[in-house]
Design a protein around this ligand. Structure first.
Ligand code: TYM
Length: 333
């Protein structure tokens, strides 16, 4: 059976990179071909300091945002990671089998820990093992993510493969990443060489799904570009990261190929293009923001969806965890 698992951190409101790189694909993958399990990973958020009340509120709001984007609780299991304790338990079991060398290689850890490596929390280093546990506790076969998660998913395969090898059985699947669509790596609006990220200090670097029409127009207007007009062909974007990023965002939002977008805008200045891009973003994102506002007016309803999702997730995860405990020699009395 094909089973999809994916997750998103509740450390900030959802931005356009999350949406185009991941969540829009999560929505599209719902259907008869896959069982889909989507998770707001609140335990992962704890790898950096969080205000407890904010974390709770953001977890609920992000779940509502996923529903507003089209995650349908009738088709998918939607829950918060901390509701299913099997994630943490499997994470410990897998940690005991993961060489430190594998974790030291992770670029995201190096970026986040920076020069203060000795002060970084153990959780920040162990993060990819929890991520592997998230997926493997459901025997997830497919994981739709943006490009920045590729290395973590390779590690998940290594952890699964080494478990299977050590215990001489084909227990965990070797999960396949699904890096899909036109915008697998959306870049910052202020610097086309850095990815759009929730941790960037400047809110002008990113588009949030809840930005209103004026904010969207302002952010695209202020987005960094170069003085040349737009090229007519894709090859002309190669050395122009900011131009490429805006064209990629346009193409992904409009669901039109890049060459078609450039055939329309090639030779023109950025100002007109940016204003059309802002209109397009409003047309696509405003309905999501409206639906989110409607959902947040009834937080108890959102909680009831999470409660139900958590119970359905536990029903899958707990027996798989029990099998792992048996395989590893833990006593059952
Ligand atoms: P997170 O919360 O940083 O991002 C959620 C999803 O959004 C994608 N993404 C992007 N895609 C394109 N362009 C961007 N600028 C961009 N920024 C983020 C991410 O690739 C991701 O798919 N470790 C994960 C959460 C996680 C997880 C998992 C994912 C925990 N357990 C198990 C998959 C399976 C993370 O921090 O994503």
């Amino acid at each position: 059976m094909k089973r999809i698992f994916s997750g998103i951190q509740p450390t900030h409101k959802m931005h356009l990179g999350n949406y185009l790189g991941a969540v829009r694909n999560w929505v599209a993958l719902q259907g008869p071909e896959y069982e889909t399990i989507y998770c707001v990973v609140d335990l992962h958020a704890l790898t950096l300091p969080q205000n407890p009340d904010d974390l709770r509120a953001q977890t609920r709001e992000l779940a509502a945002t996923l529903i507003a984007c089209g995650i349908d609780p009738a088709k998918s299991i939607l829950f918060a990671q901390s509701q299913v304790t099997a994630h943490s338990e499997l994470s410990w079991l897998l940690s005991c089998q993961t060489p430190l060398g594998w974790l030291n290689r992770m670029t995201q850890f190096k970026d986040k820990a920076g020069k203060q490596r000795d002060n970084a929390g153990l959780g920040l280093l162990a993060y990819p093992v929890l991520m592997a546990a998230d997926i493997l506790v459901y025997k997830g076969t497919h994981v739709p993510v943006g490009e920045d998660q590729k290395q973590h998913l390779e590690l998940t395969r290594e952890i699964a493969g080494s478990f299977n090898h050590r215990y001489g059985r084909d227990f965990f699947p070797l999960t396949e990443p699904q890096i899909l669509g036109a915008a697998t790596r959306v870049m910052s609006l202020r610097d086309g060489t850095k990815k759009m990220s929730k941790s960037d200090e400047s809110d002008y670097s990113r588009i949030n799904l809840t930005d209103d029409a004026d904010t969207l127009a302002l952010k695209f207007r202020k987005a960094r570009t170069d003085p040349e007009p737009l090229p007519s062909e894709e090859a002309g974007l190669e050395t122009r990261p900011e131009a490429r990023n805006l064209v990629t965002i346009f193409s992904a939002l409009a669901e039109r190929p890049v060459d078609e977008v450039l055939a329309q805008y090639g030779g023109s200045q950025f100002s007109g293009f940016k204003s059309d891009l802002a209109d397009l973003a409003v047309a696509k994102l405003a309905p999501i923001a409206d639906e989110l506002a409607r959902l947040m007016a009834d937080p108890a309803h959102v909680d009831s969806i999470l409660r139900d999702g958590g119970a359905r997730a536990r029903a899958i995860a707990d027996p798989i965890l029990r099998e792992v405990q048996d395989i590893m020699g833990l006593i059952r009395v």
